[in-house]
Design a protein around this ligand. Structure first.
Ligand code: PFF
Length: 493
């Protein structure tokens, strides 16, 4: 039985509810909104992609976000402690979430390091006229394939140090410092995205790009790949299954769980949509200038942010100004997402080791995060980043999502948590939520993992050699193994 003893709480607290909203939106809105969402929409059916995207958002994304907020608020612990309070054998679910988040942070910070390098080159728009070569040869100095590490690229290494110092000074005092930083890093990039969207739409040729972005191809809805893409995007974009939203909610003494989850999710997706306009209007302009179809220019992930978009910027009037704006946007978008990942880990340690001071814990986490990221600063770093990202987002994340739903749906009891959510709630949560958490989410997510597994065992992802694929599997299995050991470790919780 839980003894109800009033204890003076020393838990870190957001200084206001607004700050919590800013921090949570800051975590959700990241580089993923600017490069991943528009690219997926363009590739998977244009406007029709919005249909699976929104269905997944409402049926899976928001319910799991509500679950995480409720858990964090209810248990007043980070991910590990929150699951541990349900049953100490369940701590592993939290460990896995935080571990996966930590790996994402290790490479997310490297993408920030690239952005920082581009920011410095923006003053002279150094990539014009050859942005592809600039990215691969000048910035990454990429090796011929994943077999050749070819040593560390010291410029990226130095930029990575700078990024981690930046992250550290955002999180070193926990909610106090984070609260101040998010007042700038949340609204600034949103404003800049709006500026870029307006700028993009007013460029000649932008309409072609926007049409490419939004013209619906309803046949895409019958393609399972499209649904997979929508699900992994929703997880990534809402920052769910990383332990962050649990930690952030645990710093609230009061919150409107359902209402807050809706506000955060809707704002996040609205920003993705607007970012799509900025990106495709600009690519349309470039396509028109070069006499190419937009589809040839709309490239994936890093290529979009570091090749196609910079090239388009270099063709604009005031190229240096808009390049600076774009890379400030990327960095400020990414920083609050990156430090939310650090917060998720530090919260777990400060829950456990109450005597350790926050700045020291944060320093330790940042240092290990930096060390882990070094592999991505080698000349084969981009290949490793691609590989690790594939395995972590397709398996690590989704499996954590399944585990969270199973624990709450089948073990803790979805109706029980829903009753808690509905106490003093302005917006009541209906019974459909229980159904979503108990059946719908785990079934869909499991199906997704299995479908992806079938693909990954039949062909090597990205054509990488077997040993590299094993590294990918290791990145999935190591957190699971550690979680199991910690869960089964004898002792009190
Ligand atoms: N939500 C961020 C984005 O879309 O870029 C990425 C992210 C941040 C994922 C934080 C996970 C996370 F914990």
């Amino acid at each position: 039985m839980v003894k109800k003893k009033k204890r003076k709480t020393t838990r870190d607290r957001w200084s206001s509810h607004w700050i919590f909203l800013f921090a949570a939106i800051g975590s959700a809105v990241g580089i993923g909104n600017v490069w991943r969402f528009p690219y997926l929409a363009g590739k998977y059916g244009g406007g029709a992609f919005l249909i699976p995207y929104l269905i997944v958002l409402f049926l899976l994304g928001i319910p799991i976000l509500i679950l995480e907020y409720a858990l964090g608020r209810r248990m007043q612990r980070g991910a590990v402690g929150a699951f541990g309070k349900i049953n100490s054998k369940l701590k592993g679910v939290g460990v896995n979430a935080v571990f996966v988040g930590f790996i994402v942070c290790a490479y997310y910070s490297v993408v920030m390091a690239w952005s920082l390098i581009y920011f410095l080159h923006s003053f002279r728009v150094s990539w014009a006229p050859n942005p592809k070569e600039f990215f691969f040869t000048n910035v990454l100095e990429i090796s011929s394939n994943i077999r050749f590490l070819d040593g560390i690229n010291w410029i990226i290494f130095a930029a990575l140090i700078a990024v981690w110092v930046l992250i550290y000074f955002c999180v070193w005092k926990g909610t106090k410092s984070v609260g101040k930083v998010v007042m700038i890093t949340m609204p600034l990039p949103v404003l800049l995205i709006i500026v870029m969207a307006i700028r993009g739409i007013t460029l000649p040729g932008s309409l072609e790009g926007i049409l490419f972005y939004l013209t619906p191809n309803f046949r895409a809805l019958f393609d399972i790949q499209v649904w997979n893409a929508a699900i992994s995007q929703i997880f990534f974009t809402l920052s769910i299954a990383f332990g962050i939203m649990i930690a952030y909610a645990s710093f609230n003494a009061e919150m409107q769980i359902k209402k807050d989850a809706w506000i955060i999710a809707v704002i996040n997706s609205a920003i993705s949509l607007i970012a799509g306009f900025a990106v495709f209007a600009t690519l349309g302009f470039m396509a028109a200038r070069q006499g190419l179809p937009v589809s040839e220019i709309a490239a994936a992930g890093p290529s979009l942010a570091f090749i196609a978009f910079p090239q388009a910027l270099s063709l604009m009037p005031f190229a240096a100004l808009f390049s600076l704006i774009f890379f400030i946007t990327l960095i400020s978008l990414a920083i609050d997402s990156a430090f939310s990942l650090v917060e998720s880990v530090s919260t777990v340690f400060s829950d456990k080791f109450k005597k350790l001071s926050k700045p020291w814990i944060a320093a330790g986490v940042c240092f290990v995060g930096f060390l882990t990221g070094i592999i991505f600063t080698t000349r084969a770093g981009m290949y490793f980043l691609d590989l690790v990202d594939h395995f972590v987002t397709n398996y690590g994340l989704v499996l954590v999502g399944v585990a969270e739903c199973v624990v709450i749906g089948w073990f803790y009891g979805a109706p029980r948590l829903r009753r808690y959510i509905n106490r003093d709630a302005d917006w009541k949560l209906g019974k459909w939520w229980d159904f979503s958490i108990k059946y719908l989410c785990p079934a869909v997510l499991l199906y997704l993992v299995i479908a992806q597994f079938v693909v990954d065992v039949t062909e090597n992802y990205g054509g990488y050699p077997d040993w590299a694929i094993w590294i990918g599997w290791l990145v999935v299995l190591a957190p699971i193994a550690v979680s199991v050991v910690i869960s089964l470790w004898p002792g009190k919780r």
